[in-house]
Design a protein around this ligand. Structure first.
Ligand SMILES: [Fe+2]
Length: 305
């Protein structure tokens, strides 16, 4: 069994019409489908039915995020593995989520709502339809970053699923890790784990073409009257070597638009190690304005148990 990639995330939004105006009309996400309570969106280079679902909810929330597995039988193998570990699982029937085949939902060791699926309806990539691109031009879902009280356990959990550690930060008191970045693809990370007493979401991140496009995102939201949604950036993280800008959507979900993170040609390359002091001094922010306090507020994650 192997994971292929992190394929999509589902976020809760208070007002679906307002969310559509922000995500589609301003940011340029591509709409695949719309239901009474849900929008199915994708980036211009995505070939899956969706990489982002926006669902009517009480407020900002990570409802689930999904990993594609490499073959259909992997879902039953995962079910058996989790049941042996005494961990509750729930099956999601095919098409309960539009475009997706049957899927297995669990909570990871850190309490985040994780889904595994194999089948997802394919759609046309707009990668070579530049005349249709708009707004921020999100390319694809790059990664999800999570807050957890158990970074070390989370690393062990995802390593058992075939992910590799690319970077990590020592805990301030020297006991284990404060933060970790793990990858399954050749991206610097598909998932990031950062210490916080309670589980939560830090952000979902979409890849954009280059550093200038990261800056262009700021122009796009400002020209549309949404300058106040910029929370942090543009700037550069030294950890993962990425250009970034973070926005809060109208409901309060935190989105990152991101580029220039390095690629990892050797899956067995040793991870980059940060002391807590070095990470605080220059790892989080190589240059740019410092993060506001709001940047460290967790977005709630949904429990289905
Ligand atoms: Fe899903």
């Amino acid at each position: 069994m192997s994971l292929v990639k992190i394929g999509h995330a589902e976020l809760g939004v208070r007002d679906l019409d307002e969310a559509a105006a922000f995500y589609i009309d301003v940011l340029g996400f591509v709409e695949t489908a719309r239901e009474a309570d849900r929008l199915y969106l994708r980036g211009v280079s995505d070939t899956d039915h969706h990489s982002l679902i926006l669902t009517r909810a009480e407020g900002p929330e990570l409802i689930h995020f999904g990993w594609r597995v490499d073959r259909p039988e992997a879902l039953r193998e995962l079910e058996q593995r989790f049941r042996r570990q005494g961990r509750p699982v729930r099956w999601v029937s095919a098409s309960e989520e539009q475009g997706q085949g049957e899927a297995l939902r669990v909570h990871d060791l850190c309490g985040h709502p994780v889904e595994f699926y194999y089948s997802m309806e394919r759609v046309e990539s707009l990668a070579r339809k530049a005349h249709l691109w708009r707004g921020a031009v999100p390319q694809w879902l790059d990664h999800v970053a999570l807050f957890t009280p158990h970074v070390d356990a989370g690393v062990t959990y995802y390593q058992a699923l075939g992910l590799h550690l690319s970077e990590y930060v020592d805990a301030e008191d020297g006991s284990g890790m404060f933060a970790a970045w793990l990858h399954r693809t050749s991206s610097s990370h598909d998932i990031a784990l950062v210490h916080k007493p309670q589980p939560g979401m830090q952000h979902v991140s979409f890849w954009v073409a280059n550093a200038l496009q990261v800056v262009h995102v700021a122009d796009v939201v400002a020209d549309a009257g949404w300058a106040a949604c910029i929370e942090f950036g543009p700037g550069r993280h030294k950890a993962t070597n990425s250009m970034f800008i973070y926005l809060r959507d109208p409901s309060g979900n935190r989105l990152e638009f991101y580029s220039e993170g390095y690629w990892i040609p050797d899956m067995d390359a040793p991870p980059i190690h940060w002391t807590f002091e070095d990470y605080k001094r220059e790892g989080r922010l190589s240059w740019g304005e410092r993060a506001p306090a709001s940047f460290f507020e967790p977005i709630p994650v949904r429990s289905w148990t």
